[in-house]
Design a binder for this molecule. Structure first.
Ligand code: ZN
Length: 190
């Protein structure tokens, strides 16, 4: 009788194990139903464009992603000369600063230099039957305007930029007086 019992319990154990294995297999075989979002994920510029479509005005979107041009004299930064920084309206990277801004008389904001050579990217543009150099944000690829070789010294460049592609951030007033905190410090204690 004893061997029989032993065999029975072995058989039960074997059945249990195979049952567990089968159950485990069934679990893993179930396909994870991946929805419809398989095609366009992973492209950074696509993310910026999707974000811009929600947050920008149609006029801003037309300039930044469809390479449109605002009417001359219409932009809010054309005659704007406050001290501060000009950032990309799409990704917020700083592109230009007020120190290099000047009035070109063209009707668009003009700068003779970018804040950093890495901040903007340029590309040949042969649209409208002429050759121009397109200027884009180097971070997100947003269209900014064009650069022409008729600017003032020291660069001789004229970055002709759409106001709609920019966000102005005024210089902080506290930057001008860094000494006030030092004066209040009682350092002389000898
Ligand atoms: Zn940008």
């Amino acid at each position: 009788m004893r061997p029989d019992r032993k065999n029975t319990s072995l058989l039960i154990a074997a059945l249990l194990i195979s049952g567990l294995l089968a159950f485990g297999c069934n679990q893993t075989v179930q396909p994870a139903s991946a929805g419809e979002s398989q095609s366009t994920a992973g492209d950074a510029s696509m993310d910026y464009e999707a974000k811009a479509k929600e947050e920008l005005t149609p006029e801003q979107y037309n300039v930044c992603f469809l390479k449109g041009t605002e009417p001359p004299g219409s932009g809010e930064y054309d005659k704007h000369f406050e001290p501060g920084a000009y950032h990309c309206v799409v990704c917020d990277q700083q592109l230009f600063e007020s120190e290099t801004k000047y009035d070109s008389g063209s009707g668009w904001p003009a700068f003779y230099d970018s804040v950093d050579s890495d901040a903007v990217a340029t590309e040949d543009d042969y649209s409208l039957g002429m050759h121009r150099i397109e200027v884009m944000c180097a971070n997100c690829g947003s269209h900014l305007g064009h650069v022409f070789p008729d600017g003032p010294e020291p660069t001789g460049q004229r970055y002709c930029i759409n106001s709609l592609a920019l966000v102005f951030k005024p210089a902080a007033p506290s930057d001008k007086e860094p000494d006030t905190a030092a004066e209040a410090d009682p350092a002389d204690q000898d």
